[in-house]
Design a protein around this ligand. Structure first.
Ligand code: AMP
Length: 544
């Protein structure tokens, strides 16, 4: 049987894992690195860089490097590399394709099927974009799986007892807290809550600003808003943050940041763990509130939680562990390879879906209420523009639900169905998912025409909305506005796939040419650019 893989497509780092005899393991690159930094760039010769090489060039050439693309998934954002612009799903596809090549080189087999994880709190548009990224990269996406659910699967491996587990996942760019119930081989998400714009990147930025303030204090000069300088400061901030997980103090040294006349100005300053903690505490408070909200959504209290699992690289910060432990009043808090366990769980789930020897059934929930804008009766009379939820938050998915609505005006010939997700009673305050018209409604008095709106929410968290006018049976389905969600047509998908494939082919040729040249040159010269094409070279070598 061809190997199946699970992929953690992270904001900061990504990884690919597979199964061997029912046990998941992370596939490393040639140098033994398990994580692939989620960076994509072009070098000054116009060659594609993925992973560590792109990350390395970020400080020097931020304008040619893309990071944290996960934050743009599902939006109409475009990134420019060289003279081409790319959609977020295309940039993510480049990362996925690099992971695919890494796995194919290591396993010496073609890989076509994958499970890809997303934060439980990702919207429909973000899930759809992730699925498209997988398809552009050449995968059949077996499932878009919630990250906390994937993590819980790892902890479930040897457990046959029923447990209520709180999964606290704080990564580079997203935060999720989920409450899952594991009973035998069934994992059910009882509730999930979070913020898909909160994570270690924010801590880096807080520290970056703090470093800029220190520079001002020391030199009485403000650092210019220059991209390369700010990128250096941000990288220094992340290094300092990581050091402070193990040490009480660290020294930041950034020489020659700017020059003042003839004098070069350096930044050299000590940062204490306390300094750092006071910068991030307000952000962490927000995560504790999310714990309370998830508990109350699940109708549980802290006492009902058997254990908590910490997931995501940012949970290595001691203050995070301490605050979660204090907040959970003595509930055991465990952590296992917090940066790897989501990918490992995705591999387990890929095994389940492909019929490998792993047994687990997965029950997942819709993280938002999904519904439409409608005129609704209130104590002040009928009010337009209110949110009428059809699938309530935390419904177990897949699910299908219908609701019947009536025309609001005499002789009304069209009905506009505007679909939203969120919890606000005012429809427009929620996230719009798209809208469409049901036309040709027979002229009748207000309230005499019934329109049934059907929501079908599938296992990947993707929503199809169908509206049917009852008397004549005409039907319309949701057409999502491309500019709002950044969703691609099948034609665009095909084109993107070809573009990305040709980028990689060009790279492979280049790598072959380089190999030939390298054979003639001194060995040391070869290492200069080698890191940039590590994934591609590996594939080329293995497939020859
Ligand atoms: P993830 O998205 O799970 O890969 O987590 C990535 C985030 O974890 C990034 O913001 C990293 O800077 C952060 N991170 C990784 N290791 C550590 C550490 N030892 N201490 C603090 N943050 C870390």
């Amino acid at each position: 049987m061809a190997p199946v893989v699970g992929i953690d497509l992270g904001t900061t780092n990504s990884l690919i894992a597979t199964l061997e005899e029912g046990q998941p393991w992370v596939i490393p690159d040639d140098d033994g690195n398990l994580l692939l930094p989620s960076y994509v760039g072009m070098d000054d010769a116009g060659q594609l860089l993925v992973g560590a090489a792109a990350r390395r060039q970020y400080a020097a050439a931020p304008e040619r490097t893309i990071k944290s693309i996960k934050r743009q998934m599902g939006t109409a954002y475009t990134a420019t590399l060289g003279d081409q612009s790319y959609r977020p799903q295309e940039i993510s596809a480049i990362i996925l394709r690099a992971l695919k090549q890494r796995a194919e080189a290591m396993l010496d087999e073609a890989i076509t099927q994958a499970v890809i994880t997303v934060p439980a709190y990702f919207t429909d548009a973000q899930r759809q974009a992730t699925k498209e990224a997988g398809e552009i990269a050449g995968f059949e996406v077996l499932q878009i799986l919630n990250e906390p659910t994937a993590a819980a699967l790892v902890f479930d491996i040897d457990s046959d007892e029923s447990e209520t587990v709180l999964v606290y996942d704080l990564g580079g760019g997203t935060f999720d807290v989920s409450i899952v119930e594991i009973t035998g081989d069934v994992t059910e998400v009882l509730a999930s809550h979070g913020n898909n714009r909160l994570g270690g990147d924010d801590f880096d930025r807080q520290l970056q600003r703090h470093l800029a303030d220190r520079f001002l204090q020391i030199h009485d000069t403000e650092l210019p808003d220059d991209a390369a300088i700010q990128a250096r400061l941000l990288q220094a901030a992340e290094q300092a943050k990581i050091a402070l997980s193990d040490h009480a103090f660290t020294t930041v040294r950034e020489p020659f940041l700017i020059s003042q006349g003839e004098t070069a100005l350096h930044l050299e300053t000590d940062i204490s763990r306390e300094d750092f903690e006071s910068l991030i505490k307000p952000l962490l408070k927000e995560t504790l509130e999310a714990i309370d909200r998830a508990l109350s959504d699940a109708d549980l209290t802290v006492e009902d939680i058997d254990r908590a699992i910490l997931v995501g690289g940012s949970t290595r910060i001691p203050l995070v562990q301490q605050l979660v432990e204090d907040h959970l009043l003595g509930t055991p808090v465990s952590s296992f390879e917090p940066d790897l366990c989501v990918g490992l769980g995705a591999a387990l789930q890929a095994g389940v879906l492909s019929g490998a020897a792993v047994e687990s059934i997965l029950v997942d929930v819709s993280p938002h209420s999904l519904g439409i804008a409608a005129v609704m009766d209130t104590e002040f009379g009928p009010m337009p523009g209110l949110f009428s939820p059809i699938i309530p938050r935390n419904s177990v998915i897949p699910t299908s639900r219908s609701q019947v609505y009536y025309t609001a005006a005499n002789g009304q010939s069209t009905v506009e169905i505007e679909v939203f997700q969120g919890e606000n009673p005012i429809a427009k305050e929620n996230v719009p998912l798209g809208s469409f018209l049901v036309e040709g409604i027979p002229p009748k008095p207000a309230g005499a025409v019934q329109v049934e709106v059907h929501f079908d929410f599938d296992i990947n968290g993707i929503l199809t909305v169908t509206a049917t006018e009852k008397s004549q049976g005409q039907q319309q389905s949701l057409v999502v506005n491309d500019t709002q969600t950044g969703r691609l047509s099948s034609h665009e998908l095909r084109q993107s796939r070809e573009n990305i494939a040709s980028l990689f082919e060009a790279l492979a040729h280049l790598a072959e040419d380089e190999d030939a040249e390298d054979a003639e040159e001194e060995e040391d010269n070869a290492s200069d650019n080698g890191g940039h094409w590590i994934d591609v070279e590996a594939t080329t070598d293995e497939s020859e």
